[in-house]
Design a protein around this ligand. Structure first.
Ligand code: G1P
Length: 297
């Protein structure tokens, strides 16, 4: 019998240099998608997947993440008195989750961030959820990985096809046979290869289900040229001693990790948002019209 997965690690200690100057004082994980901080989507995905305990790995300047997930009795009372039940429900959505925080004092890469959570995880399988990607599907992606793990008992990573020119931004798999539709055995996991060297266009997309043996490997993993301990390298080493699968995600993935894709994500979520969808659509149509007229001049 495989152990139940109940814990998640959310690394949020990165410096967020792609979003400077915004990230000088505010964490990139708190950047909103319309009105909701990105990290809230990740915690909600964990909740919908049946995860109970979450540890968020934070660093300097990340205190607002702790405040965001704390309850706010004064605000809640105020909203109750005004009978603003919808908003009240929204801000209480994750109040029933157990959310803990660990500090990573020196950012030394994703592998190191995950390693800091070892005592919290103990000898159990767990999930790692990266904040840059917001995933949407009928069954949450984390739950898909958990379902797969309950059948195989093996570590499983989420992957998705990305355009070949973008492949060097990701960890990439070298797949061997497809065991069942969408589940691959993997020969090799490579971190950020050049497009010429990439073994496939299947990129690792920020959701991992890992067995606790990863910690022993992370302990031995040497930093790369940039001084970072890569989770991908540790997973490649884990794959030498126990099987690691790749699960191809067929749902929607919204990248919030750079300025342009974050803005695009906001537009799409805005067009799906009850309160602003109509106004935003009219504005976009109008704007496209103006741009076209300008181009013709
Ligand atoms: C990290 C991982 C990479 C993965 C990516 C997904 O890279 O190191 O393997 O493909 O997340 O978003 P980062 O985006 O932090 O550079």
């Amino acid at each position: 019998m495989v152990k139940k997965v109940t814990k998640a690690v959310i690394p949020a200690a990165g410096l967020g240099t792609r979003f400077l100057p915004e990230t000088k004082a505010l964490p990139k994980e708190m950047l909103p998608i319309v009105d909701t901080p990105t990290i809230q989507f990740i915690v909600e995905e964990a909740k919908q997947s049946g995860i109970k305990d979450i540890v968020i790995v934070i660093g300097k300047g990340k205190r607002s993440i702790e405040d965001h997930f704390d309850s706010n009795p004064e605000l809640e009372m105020n909203l109750e008195q005004k009978q603003k039940n919808d908003i009240l429900e929204t801000i209480r959505k994750t109040n029933d989750m157990n959310i803990y925080f660990i500090r990573q004092s020196h950012p030394r890469g994703l592998g190191d961030a995950v390693y800091t959570a070892r005592s919290f995880i103990g000898n159990e399988p767990f999930v790692v959820m990266l904040g840059d990607d917001v995933m949407q599907d009928k069954v949450p992606l984390t739950k898909q990985l958990m379902d797969s793990y309950h059948k195989t008992g093996a570590s499983t990573l989420a992957v998705k096809k990305v355009p070949h020119k973008d492949i060097s931004k990701y960890g990439v798999i070298d797949p061997s046979e497809e065991v069942v539709p969408g589940l691959y055995n993997v020969k090799k996991f490579v971190e950020k290869p050049s497009p010429e060297k990439a073994p496939s266009d299947l990129a690792i997309i920020g959701r991992y289900l890992l067995t606790p043996e990863i910690f022993g490997i992370l302990e031995q993993t040497k930093p790369d040229k940039s001084g970072e301990i890569q989770l991908t390298s540790a997973i490649d080493a884990l794959n030498q001693t126990q099987r690691v699968f790749a699960h191809e995600f067929k749902g929607e993935r919204f990248d919030t990790g750079n300025k342009l894709s974050w803005l695009k994500t906001n537009i799409i979520f805005g067009l799906r948002h009850d309160e602003i969808a109509d106004g935003l659509r009219d504005y976009i149509v109008d704007l496209a019209d103006q741009i076209q007229k300008k181009a013709k001049k």
